[in-house]
Design a binder for this molecule. Structure first.
Ligand SMILES: Cc1cc2nc3c(=O)[nH]c(=O)nc-3n(C[C@H](O)[C@H](O)[C@H](O)COP(=O)(O)O)c2cc1C
Length: 226
């Protein structure tokens, strides 16, 4: 089937954040409809507007769109068909060692926007490599945190703009790496897969526990009751 491009487009009023959070569901079946290029670009920009530790932006995001690539990615995800159906799946990978690399473009951008002074940059030039080295094996975990926050931005931005998503953790990391061209990489960790598209059918909210079950005040022995 030839994919068509669905409305809504950028002219449709976006949902406000609380409504997008309340309405979002993990969607398991998607229409084959394509996402308009402008809308996809808008989504990508909102995704990378996410915060990251020291603004390192250590996510590596691959938009898997090609039909053969989607089929291979679905195979790496135990055959989950959302990836085949949705026009694009965002693979959120994280570079564990990005913070040890050349951060000049990030410093220059911070100076250019006026957000950072020369003093801030000089401090970061020392603090970031020191901090990243001290993290050791935890660098991977820290990079994954940044990537997951970006994925959350994507899910809420997509919902707000009339699209649906499904966060996915069910995949084999080495196989996903092979599909995106990172076979054997020790630096790259796969954080989350997020198919994005137009929902074929709605899904019900499976609900949440009462707040007192897993939200606390000050210490774990005092449940939050609102
Ligand atoms: C980290 C994470 C991994 C998940 N992995 C999968 C997955 O591999 N396949 C899938 O169909 N749903 C997956 N889900 C979706 C959850 O089942 C879903 O979010 C949960 O049931 C709550 O439903 P809701 O998102 O509609 O509120 C995942 C969700 C999260 C947050």
């Amino acid at each position: 089937m030839t994919a068509t491009t669905s409305t809504p487009d950028l002219l449709t009023a976006p949902l406000d954040v609380p409504s997008a959070i309340a309405q979002r569901r993990a969607i398991k079946t998607f229409k084959p409809d394509a996402i308009a290029p402008d809308l996809l670009k808008h989504l990508v920009e909102l995704t990378v507007a996410a915060p990251s530790s020291y603004n390192i932006q250590d996510w590596r995001i691959v938009l898997v769109q090609d039909a053969a690539q989607r089929a291979a990615l679905a195979e790496a995800a135990y055959g989950q068909q959302q990836i085949v159906q949705a026009p694009v799946t965002f693979v959120f990978a994280a570079s564990a060692n990005a913070g040890l690399g050349d951060l000049t473009p990030i410093y220059e951008k911070g100076l250019q926007t006026g957000a950072w002074t020369e003093g801030t940059v000089e401090y970061f030039k020392k603090a970031i490599p020191q901090g990243q080295t001290a993290l050791g094996d935890k660098r991977r975990e820290y990079a994954v945190k940044d990537a997951i926050i970006a994925a959350t931005h994507l899910m809420l931005a997509a919902e707000s703009l009339g699209l649906s998503t499904c966060p996915m953790n069910g995949w084999v990391e080495d196989q996903v790496k092979a599909v995106i061209g990172a076979a054997g990489s020790d630096d790259l960790a796969i954080a989350l897969l997020v198919p994005v598209g137009y929902a074929e059918e709605p899904r019900q909210n499976p609900g949440r526990l009462p707040l007192s079950a897993n939200v606390f005040v000050d210490r774990l022995d005092t449940p939050y009751v609102g």
